[in-house]
Design a protein around this ligand. Structure first.
Ligand code: XIL
Length: 580
């Protein structure tokens, strides 16, 4: 069942987007590189090969330039594997990135157990760099000269070249030496320092920044910083990422996203949920957009193409599905959102930007539910819409939102968001495509899961947590100074109680208002509170719900957790009712 759902989703998205360009076509008119790491041993797989050729304008070997593969013995170099990637890139007009000259680990035992002196090690490194960089001079435009030299505290890690016994010199001197050697071997190659977990402002990126500043001040040949970007569904702090990119840019350095993937918490072979795929798609788009916002950020490269060939399940057990194409080479939502993000004038719609307007939760939506969508509306101010003949408009201030092609009634347009109701007609679907149009320009399409009901409660602070928005039976607002009394009726306000009798989610609720079709239950401090009435709020758009409950007579005084429940779905946690 889960798989079926997944495949019908993919097909749906394909129908909507199949006519689009490839990633590389999307950036073709600009000096921007969209790259991928390639598992060269898989290039015989023609589907894999064609996908890479069609979608990317830059490739980098995943392992074939590492010492472990390249240097079976002190005297030999195995260039043949990497050379096949060079041929492939040349034939297809792709840029080549070199990875890596000095890594944290992954060295052959002849090197690690050879008991070389510092002078010997320095000579081994010099010879390696001059041979490898020299051989591909003019072909590899950028090199990861040193990879992962710093730890999370910003300290240099012990490596072959720093301390076993190292090549001599303290601190970042070995890194400097490697950059100088690489520059000598190919004065035209761009030389990068590459690292993981240094994407945002932290002790590690601070240390890298200090090194880069020092190198720039002393004329050490460094040209860029690679941010690996191995992420999970926690995503990334974009503001911090952009500040980090900006400080390296201010040194005159390029920044490249070198190893982007976003792993999902699902074991290999299990189907991710739609919301996981949607959030993953958001993260791909956010990263690409953050890069594009800085002229110094010149490439986005994924760490692989298809979930069929990915390092993730081996290195992060229990996770998988981190790449833009699934294991059958079908494009995932992440592919489409990445492509959309690469467009010159992208109007980006992200699943995480569509939230319940009462709880602000990102969750499946229901017909009639009042939603807020965070998107750049290009509006100069805020503007609430007005119903005409009892119906809210579906276009306001140039903004329209469609769910499965059905326009949503719009309640307000602000500069950074739109407040609307989910239209009726979506309730029989498992998921629907959503798209926003701003002054006619359509966003990307995101898939949104549907439920019969998805209750959320408005709170007094309007932020979805804390004291519930409620009136006591005398019509006064309930708060700590006017707590509800045990045994009394209390009116709550919410949304997402499901489709009500009537034809349109755009309608203003009549008086008497239509009642909820699904049974609504309520609990306060874990004990059930009788729901006297649940339905629309007369005079408001039908998706605005009014729920009248009776506070259990036996309830002690205090600020108690309060939740509604419809079927198996509860309103958000963290909402409270002050009781005397
Ligand atoms: C990984 C490869 O993807 C794996 O195939 C290999 O077994 C181990 O290395 N950061 C890096 C890459 O800079 O070199 C790593 O590549 C992934 C993490």
């Amino acid at each position: 069942m889960a798989w079926l759902h997944y495949f019908s989703l993919i097909n749906l998205i394909f129908c909507v987007c199949a006519s689009g360009q490839s990633l590389r076509q999307t950036v073709a008119s600009r000096p921007f590189r969209i790259g991928t790491a390639v598992d060269v041993s898989r290039l015989g797989d023609l589907t894999y090969r064609n996908l890479i050729r069609n979608e990317f304008n830059q490739v980098q070997p995943e392992n074939e330039l590492k010492w472990m593969v390249l240097r079976p013995s002190a005297a030999t170099y195995t260039f043949t594997k990497f050379d096949s990637l060079v041929d492939f890139a040349t034939a297809n007009g792709m840029s080549l990135r070199g990875h890596v000259l000095i890594g944290e680990s992954g060295y052959p035992s002849w090197l690690t157990t050879g008991n070389f002196s510092q002078a010997q090690l320095r000579e081994i490194l010099r010879q390696h760099i001059s041979t490898v960089v020299g051989r591909y001079s003019g072909r590899i435009y950028a090199w990861d000269v040193v990879n992962e030299a710093f730890d999370g505290a910003g300290q240099l890690k012990a490596t072959q070249w720093l301390s076993h016994p190292g090549i001599g010199g303290a601190g970042t001197q070995y890194i400097e030496t490697a950059f100088r050697m690489a520059h000598e071997a190919d004065p035209n190659a761009l030389l990068f320092y590459n690292d993981t977990n240094a994407e945002t402002l932290n002790a590690q990126s601070d240390a890298i920044y200090r090194m880069a500043l020092d190198f720039k001040q002393r004329g050490v040949p460094i040209h860029g910083i690679g941010l690996q970007m191995h992420l999970d569904l926690n995503g990334i702090d974009i503001r911090s990422l952009e500040q980090n990119i900006a400080r390296f840019a201010a040194l005159g350095l390029q920044v490249q996203i070198t190893e982007l993937d976003v792993r999902l918490p699902v074991p290999v072979g299990a189907a991710p949920t739609l919301s996981q795929l949607s959030l993953q798609a958001d993260i791909y788009a956010i990263v690409a957009q953050s890069c594009l916002r800085s002229p110094a950020c010149t490439a986005v490269q994924t760490w692989g193409v298809t979930d069929r060939y990915s390092w993730i399940p081996d290195f992060f057990p229990g996770t998988s599905a981190a790449l833009p194409f699934d294991s059958n080479y079908a494009a995932k939502p992440a592919y489409y959102s990445l492509r959309r993000a690469l467009e010159p004038s992208a109007q980006l719609l992200m699943r995480g930007a569509l939230r319940d307007n009462a709880s602000f939760a990102v969750a499946p939506i229901s017909a009639g539910q009042i939603l807020v969508l965070f998107v750049n509306t290009q509006a100069t101010g805020s503007s609430a819409s007005t119903p005409i003949s009892g119906f809210y408009p579906t276009r306001w201030q140039g903004v329209e939102v469609h769910f499965d092609g059905i326009p949503a009634p719009i309640l307000a347009v602000h500069r950074d968001c739109v407040v609307m109701a989910a239209p009726y007609g979506i309730e029989s679907k498992a998921s629907v495509p959503a798209v926003v149009r701003v002054n006619g320009q359509a966003s990307n399409v995101v898939e949104v899961e549907i439920r019969a009901a998805s209750p959320g409660l408005f709170t007094a602070a309007g932020n979805g947590t804390g004291t519930v928005l409620a009136h006591s039976s005398d019509g006064r607002l309930i708060d700590r100074s006017n707590p509800a009394r045990a045994g009394d009726l209390v009116t709550l306000y919410g949304t997402g109680i499901g489709r009500l009798p009537g034809s349109s989610a755009a309608a203003v609720a009549s008086s008497p208002a239509p009642q909820a079709q699904f049974p609504v239950s309520a609990t306060i401090l874990g004990s059930s509170a009788e729901v006297q009435w649940a339905g629309a709020l007369s005079g408001a758009i039908v998706g605005t719900s009014k729920i009248v409950i009776r506070v259990p007579a036996s309830l002690p005084g205090g600020e108690h957790p309060l939740q509604l429940r419809i079927g198996s779905v509860s309103s958000q946690a963290g909402v409270t009712l002050p009781v005397r």
